[in-house]
Design a protein around this ligand. Structure first.
Ligand SMILES: Cc1ncc(COP(=O)(O)O)c(C=O)c1O
Length: 454
C-alpha cells in the first residue's frame, strides 16, 4: 500500500493530473473517485485506495497477460537495470538485450517475420508501421503510395498519426483539421451489419468495400490497409473465417500492404501467439505491444516481413527511432515473458480456458437481453441488447453497459464496456485458473440479475 492517504491522492490528482476521457471541469473540482485509484495489484486482482479488491476481468487494458506485479518479471527488469540501465544510441547498434529479444521474438512470430523495430506503445507502433509502409513504397519508386486505409470501429491508438486510423468522434474530435491520407471503410460486424446483410448469405460487402475504396482512391496512392484481426477496443468482435483471407487477397491484387495490428490480440491472448494464425493469413507488417511485457513495462514493436525488408533495403537509411525505444529493461522482461509463456504453456491455457469462458458467456445468452457472444482464447465479448429479435440496441443515454460494469464491480469483478459499441469485454490474465474463470462468469450472471432488465 502507498503511504499517501486516499484523500491526499484525490486532492493531488485533482490539482496535478490532466486526465483522459472525462470532462475536465468536474475533474478539476472533484478529482477522481477513490475507487479509480489503484494502490496495489497482484496476480489477477487490483486493490483500490479504499482497500477494495476486484478481479481484473479485462486485464487492465487487456495487457496484463502474466498477472500483476509478477516477481519473475520484476527480477528480470532489476537484473537488467543494474547490469545496463541504458544501452546508448549508435546507429545500427543496440543493447545486447534488444538484440537477444529480437532473436527470441523471431522464434514465435510467423515464419516470414524475422526483423523488428522497438518503440514504447501500440500507438507508436502504428505510427512506425505507417512510416515503414510509406518508406517501402518510396524505395520502390512509388512515393505517391502514402494513404492508409482503416475501418470503422477500429482502434489503433491516439498519437496524431495513429488517431486518424482510429474511428470515432470520441477519439478524434477537437484536434484541428484531420491529417490527409487516411481513409476508412465500413466495419465487419455481422450482428449489426452495416450493409443489412445476413452472414453467410452475404457477398462479403465488408471485405469488398476495401477493393472499392482502393479503386476510388487509386491504388497508386494507397500504401497500406491496417486492421485489428479481431476488434479489441470495440469489444472483441471476431470476423467470419472468410473475411481476413479475402482482405489479404484484395491487398495482393492491388499491391497494397496489409498491416496486422496485434497490439491487443498478440502473445497468446486469442489462444495462438498471433490471431491471424487462426486463419493462416500472412501480414506484411505486424504491430505488437501489450503482451510483449505483460504490460509490466512499456514496450511495442513492428515485425517486418522478409520480402518487405528486402524491398526497403538499399543505400539510404531508414531514420526512425526513439531515445529509449527497445530499452534494455523492457527487452529483458520481454525475453522473460517468452520463457514463462513457453514453460507454463500459457498460449494453450488461453485456448482451453477461453472455451470455458465462452461456454459460460454462451449460457448467459439464454437471458433475453444478452446477445452476440464472441470468444477466442481469453478474449471474449458480448452485447447487452434491448430487443434480440430485431437486434435493437438500448438508447446509449441509459448507460446500460456502465450499469453492468458497476454491478460486477460491486461483486468484485472489473470488466470493460467499450466506449464505441457498449459491448462488454472479458479478457482476464492468461495466468488465470479454471476457478477464476468460473468465478468471473458467476459474478457476471449475478450482476445481470441485479440489474433486473425487463
Ligand atoms: C489494436 C490496438 N492498437 C493500438 C493500440 C494503442 O496502444 P497504446 O495504448 O499502447 O498506445 C491499442 C490499445 O488498446 C489497440 O488495442
Amino acid at each position: 500500500m502507498t503511504n499517501t492517504s486516499a484523500d491526499q491522492l484525490v486532492q493531488w490528482s485533482r490539482d496535478h493530473i490532466l486526465p483522459s476521457g472525462m470532462p475536465l471541469g468536474p475533474f478539476a473540482k472533484n478529482g477522481p473517485p477513490k475507487a479509480a485509484i489503484t494502490a496495489e495489484a497482484h496476480r489477477i486482482s487490483m486493490t483500490d485506495v479504499n482497500g477494495n479488491t476486484n478481479i481484473a476481468g479485462s486485464s487492465s487494458a487487456v495487457n496484463v497477460n502474466l498477472g500483476y506485479s509478477n516477481p519473475e518479471l520484476a527480477q528480470a527488469a532489476y537484473d537488467q537495470l543494474i547490469k545496463m540501465g541504458n544501452g546508448g544510441f549508435t546507429p545500427g547498434g543496440g543493447s545486447s538485450a534488444s538484440i537477444e529479444y529480437a532473436h527470441a521474438l523471431a522464434q514465435v512470430t510467423p515464419d516470414h517475420i524475422n526483423r523488428f523495430m522497438f518503440v514504447h506503445s501500440g500507438s507508436e507502433g502504428n505510427d512506425s508501421a505507417y512510416k515503414i509502409a510509406r518508406y517501402y513504397w518510396t524505395m520502390q519508386g512509388k512515393p505517391n503510395k502514402y494513404k492508409i486505409i482503416s475501418r470503422k470501429m477500429a482502434y489503433h491508438g491516439l498519437t496524431i498519426g495513429s488517431m486518424y486510423a482510429t474511428d470515432g468522434d470520441a477519439f478524434r474530435k477537437n484536434y484541428g483539421p484531420e491529417l490527409p491520407g487516411y481513409v476508412q471503410i465500413p466495419a465487419v460486424h455481422c450482428y449489426h451489419c452495416p450493409f443489412n446483410k445476413t452472414y453467410p448469405g452475404c457477398n462479403f460487402e465488408c471485405a469488398e468495400s476495401l477493393a472499392d475504396a482502393i479503386e476510388k482512391e487509386d491504388a497508386d496512392t494507397v500504401a497500406a490497409f491496417v486492421a485489428e484481426p479481431i476488434y479489441g477496443v470495440a469489444g472483441t468482435l471476431i470476423p467470419p473465417a472468410e473475411y481476413l483471407p479475402k482482405i489479404r487477397a484484395i491487398c495482393d491484387q492491388y499491391d497494397v500492404l496489409y498491416i496486422d495490428d496485434e497490439v491487443m490480440t498478440g502473445f497468446g491472448r486469442t489462444g495462438k501467439y498471433f490471431a491471424t494464425e487462426h486463419w493462416d493469413v500472412k501480414a506484411d507488417l505486424l504491430i505488437m505491444s501489450k503482451g510483449m511485457t505483460g504490460a509490466q513495462l512499456p514496450l511495442a514493436g513492428v515485425g517486418i516481413a522478409d520480402n518487405i525488408f528486402d524491398g526497403m533495403s538499399g543505400k539510404q537509411a531508414f531514420v526512425h527511432f526513439h531515445s529509449t525505444g527497445g530499452h534494455p529493461a523492457c527487452c529483458a522482461v520481454g525475453i522473460k515473458v517468452l520463457e514463462i509463456m513457453k514453460r507454463d504453456n500459457l498460449v494453450h491455457n488461453s485456448a482451453v480456458l477461453g472455451e470455458r469462458l465462452l461456454n459460460g458467456i454462451n449460457q448467459m445468452t439464454d437471458h433475453p437481453h444478452i446477445a452476440d457472444a464472441h470468444g477466442l482464447g481469453l478474449f471474449a465479448g458480448f452485447e447487452i441488447i434491448k430487443d434480440k429479435d430485431t437486434a435493437t440496441s438500448y438508447d446509449p443515454a441509459l448507460a446500460i453497459p456502465r450499469k453492468f460494469t458497476e454491478a460486477t464491480s460491486k461483486r468484485g469483478l472489473g470488466v470493460r464496456a467499450s466506449v464505441s459499441t457498449g459491448r462488454i469485454q472479458v479478457a482476464p490474465p492468461l495466468v488465470s485458473t479454471a476457478d477464476d474463470i468460473d468465478k468471473i462468469v458467476e459474478i457476471m450472471q449475478a450482476a445481470l440479475a441485479d440489474m433486473q432488465l425487463d
